[in-house]
Design a protein around this ligand. Sequence first.
Ligand SMILES: Cc1ncc(COP(=O)(O)O)c(C=O)c1O
Length: 457
Amino acid sequence: MHKLARLDRQYVWHPFTQMQDWDRREPIVLVRGKGAVLEDANGNKYLDGNASIWTNLHGHNHPRLNRAIERQLSKVAHTSALGLANEPASLLAEKLVKAAGRPLRKVFYSDDGSTALEVALKMAFEFARRTGRARSPRFLSLDGAYHGDTIGATSLGHIDLFHKTYGGLLFKTDKAMSPTCYRCPFNRAKPERADARTTRKCNWECVGKVEAQLRRRKYAAMVVEPRVQGAAGMVMHPDGWLRRVAKSVRESGALLIADEVMTGFGRAGKLFAGRKEKVTPDFLCLAKGLTGGYLPMGATLTSQSVFEAFLGEYEEFKTFFHGHSYTGNQLGAAAALASWELLNQPKAKKRRKAMENVLGRELNSLWSLSAVGDVRREGLVVGVELVADWKSRRAFPLKSQAGIRVCEAMTRRGVLTRPIGNVVPLLPPYCSTDAQLRRMVRALRESIVEVFGRERV
Ligand SMILES: Cc1ncc(COP(=O)(O)O)c(C=O)c1O
């Protein structure tokens, strides 16, 4: 075993990992990367099939990003944002606000996705109190919601496997129905394929459920992952759901918090996923791809009216008493600026569209496999749901580790991704070539065949 793997086993505790299983095989120790390819300490090469947990945009070791960080490093790496401004964070804030559109006018920086959500939560909570909407405001989030692992973000979460254990630590939030078409209880999901079971027309019962919930209480805000609920298993919302729900949230007087930590920066097709439905929230939470996947950084955008609720004379103590040591980190902001330039080049946008088409075509080959229930794609986010019976959509029990086994087989074929229960995600870096995209899907197909056998009958 490589020396670094031994050290890892001896000293490191990994996130979302059953460490008792960690000793079953030698850990992969990644030591370098170039584009969509990662290399381990033994010289094995892999495609980064989930963009290093949904963060990487333009590939690893990108010369433009490297140069931007090196240039910033030659000036200064980090200075505090408490009472001080800095160059890249100011330049970045202007770009984010101009792109996000009205009513978003201000940027509050933090460290990652979870802290971007914490900022939105605290601001929305206090805004609701200061404007007299509620004395002890509550939040509404979706079934299957995942917004991070800090206590506030965990409180918004509704995935029992992750969140139930900590129930006693969390504050109460309410859960609204998620529009999970594949498992729609009204049996009105669109057929995924011509030969899938026929379903009736959708009457938006799921929107009605959210509206009923909104009538029950004066919420400070509703929090949504626009268009794609990542950790729920790449659950993709039907066209029109977000627009309808955003309208109902506004009519109820609550604010809308969009968690675009995963979907932002072109990942779900548009620059921000909410754009697909012309929805601009009151809070936009960003992280992951913000720095192109190079450095940890979060940003929460909000409106002038929320900002103004925190203005006052010093002795009124209306200040937003919140911040982190690394808020507005200069290296992170410099990387984010370079990433922004790459992202918005016309040829990069065209390339992402072309990638979507290649992926879409390649994924069609998975439908014929008996263990594949659903193949979902939104932009460059793919979720392939493995099922015990594709006709009834019966799920594999989690303990059968269907997703884990398929992803292990993919690793043996040189493609890295990480399952979410029985769903295998693919989120290729934007620099992936057509051949690399094909290899990712081929590895997934061959792995499913290896673990579960072949065709639907
Ligand atoms: C939608 C969403 N929000 C928030 C988070 C938390 O982000 P972080 O892991 O950077 O704290 C994640 C992480 O996967 C996410 O997918």
